[in-house]
Design a protein around this ligand. Structure first.
Ligand code: T3D
Length: 267
């Protein structure tokens, strides 16, 4: 059984998952990728959890794939056959990226330091990305002869447009959190000392909202990017119909009419 490389904590309906290999800036190992995916799936299955926060221990958020991992580390001996790193992507990164995208509740990234390579993709896959002022985002892939992965090629142009996405991905320059906010890559940059409390407050706020509708909003918005206008209208109608049968809609509308605070329960 590999040692735990993440930490999990719970505060009310908010579950926090902390990537925990601070000496390597929380770079991903295969056990960590498996543990993170399992933690997300456990949170998805637990009806008491209504929001997840992902953050990192120490001074980094996540430095992407651990490049010293024996699974992928290239041999310096030219006689050795090159390793197929597509195997790592297929078996670890793709399942993680899909689990994150399919979460039935909102997920916040609290980016406490550098987010590089797949670590940046992980953060940017979350629904709301908060970052401390000293945090940064680096599309590190090009620097080591790779392409963005863990959803990076899908996310970047959608978040900031093709020109900026290519600038970030081709040059691989460090993008400070304040600039990431300015170009619309992330939700908000806050002072480092406020990051954890801001993330918790945001998570508490989301956890008290109709989370089923929030997850459905993410889904229809993602789908709408691939649809023509008429098809997007229809997709909205299908989702709205599903929400309309939910307890949360009854509660939300009743609370509005009765001028009281709603109490949402759907998951
Ligand atoms: O096969 C595949 O790779 C497929 C999958 C690809 C997905 C990817 O994520 S590819 C991108 C991989 N990540 C990187 O290329 C980033 C590598 N790291 C860096 O460029 C720098 O560390 C940072 C810019 C992120 C931070 O720089 P700095 O100066 O703040 O810290 P540092 O001194 O470089 O790193 C601190 C320690 O973390 C250091 O260890 P040491 O010397 O103190 O023992 C460093 O080696 C370690 N570390 C940082 N990133 C990684 C890492 N160790 C292994 N893998 C890393 N990715």
């Amino acid at each position: 059984m590999p040692e735990m490389q993440i930490e999990i904590s719970q505060d009310g309906a908010v579950r926090t998952v902390t990537l925990n290999r601070p000496a390597a800036l929380n770079a991903f190992t295969t056990p960590m990728l498996v543990q993170l995916r399992q933690a997300l799936e456990d949170a998805a299955a637990d009806k008491a959890v209504r929001c997840v926060v992902i953050t990192g221990a120490g001074r980094g958020f996540c430095a992407g794939q651990d490049l010293s991992d024996a699974l992928i580390k290239p041999s310096l001996d030219p006689a050795d056959a090159p390793k197929d790193i597509g195997h790592l992507i297929d078996n670890y990164y793709i399942p993680l990226a899909k689990s994150l995208r399919a979460m039935p509740i909102p997920v916040i990234a609290a980016v406490n330091g550098v987010a590089a390579g797949a670590g940046a993709s992980l953060a940017l896959s979350c629904d709301l990305v908060l970052a401390g002022a000293s945090a940064s985002f680096i599309q590190a892939f090009a620097k080591i002869g790779l392409v963005p992965d863990c959803g990076g090629t899908w996310l970047l142009p959608r978040l900031v447009g093709r020109a900026k996405a290519l600038e970030l991905a081709l040059l691989g320059d460090k993008l400070p959190a304040a600039e990431a906010q300015a170009i619309g890559l992330i939700y908000r940059c806050v002072p480092d000392e406020d990051l954890a409390a801001t993330a918790q407050a945001l998570a508490l706020r989301l956890s008290q909202m109709p989370v089923r509708a929030l997850a459905a909003t993410r889904k229809v918005m993602d789908e709408a990017l691939l649809l023509d206008f008429g098809s997007a209208l229809k997709a909205e109608s299908v989702a709205q119909s599903q929400m309309g049968f939910g307890t949360d809609y009854l509660e939300g509308a009743a609370a509005f009419l009765q001028k009281r605070k709603p109490s949402f329960t759907d998951r």
